[in-house]
Design a protein around this ligand. Structure first.
Ligand code: KIV
Length: 267
């Protein structure tokens, strides 16, 4: 039987060169499938606000939203590491609140680690959470909660100065005790440089092939999210067409009186 994956296993994977797989996951049935497929880490991302709840960005997502989805994923008892996102305003205002909210994600949401956005500016926050033994995955580069500062979802770290700043951010989160860091929307070579400078694993999303692992949003790889289609997304299936086909056939059969038949009725 496959054994439970912990943060120590992700570290071992970096050291041995085995790539780490992570996907976003927001519900029980998908968690079961992903776990059966051997995905190393499931991320209850605040992208749930866009993919599932239909918001324009991740800013409206609340702690209760993440806890609700994290609980559903945890009920699948995945062997995969369960990481839950800290939503906007759950950690930026003060350290006590950050610790309380990180603790809630573990205690009420069943998460085994939390993820938060920010580099040097969040080092104190990361340290405060790690000090109470909650593992933290950091997230730097294109950080969706900073959409208004960035002026949209733009590739980060393109200039030499911006690249150096991102390297400093990566080192700061590592020194603060993060067990891993997501690198989002940065040039491939910067992803390579940061990955080789850090001793903790890097998980890339639009950060090239040199990262220690990769993460994507499940709705994107299944072809279920039409709002944004970033260059880094690879569509592995067209589930929208599968759903449309099933829904259309069901509706047509009900209208025509072809469903239900005796087979689907009680005698
Ligand atoms: O919320 C999310 O889905 C994320 C990933 C894109 C890394 O933060």
């Amino acid at each position: 039987m496959k054994k439970k994956i912990t943060i120590l296993d992700l570290q071992k994977m970096k050291c041995s060169g085995e790539k780490i797989t992570m996907l976003t996951c927001y519900d029980y049935p998908t968690a079961r499938i992903m776990d059966e497929c051997g995905i190393d880490a499931l991320l209850v991302g605040d992208s749930v606000g866009v993919t599932v709840s239909g918001y324009d960005n991740t800013l409206p997502v609340t702690m209760d939203d993440i806890i609700y989805h994290s609980r559903a994923v945890a009920r699948a008892k995945p062997k995969s590491l369960l990481v839950a996102d800290m939503p906007f305003l759950s950690y930026q205002t003060d350290l006590r609140e950050a610790r309380l909210n990180a603790g809630r994600l573990v205690k009420d949401g069943g998460a085994e680690a939390v993820k938060l956005e920010g580099g040097e500016n969040m080092a104190d926050c990361i340290k405060a959470i790690v000090d109470m033994d909650v593992p933290v995955m950091a997230h730097i580069g294109l950080t969706p909660q900073s959409i208004h500062r960035m002026g949209g979802y733009r590739v980060q770290g393109k200039s030499e100065t911006a690249g150096e700043k991102l390297l400093a951010d990566a080192i700061a989160v590592q020194n603060a005790g993060a067990f891993s860091v997501v690198l989002e929307g940065i040039p491939r070579n910067l992803g390579r440089m940061i990955t080789s400078e850090l001793s903790i694993p890097t998980i890339g999303i639009g950060a090239g092939d040199f990262c220690d692992g990769q993460v994507l949003v499940i709705h994107d790889i299944l072809g279920l999210c039409e709002k944004y289609s970033p260059k880094f997304v690879k569509k592995y299936a067209d589930v929208k067409t599968v759903i449309s086909d099933a829904v259309s056939r069901y509706a047509a059969e009900v209208k025509a009186g072809a469903f239900p038949t005796e087979e689907h009725s009680f005698s």
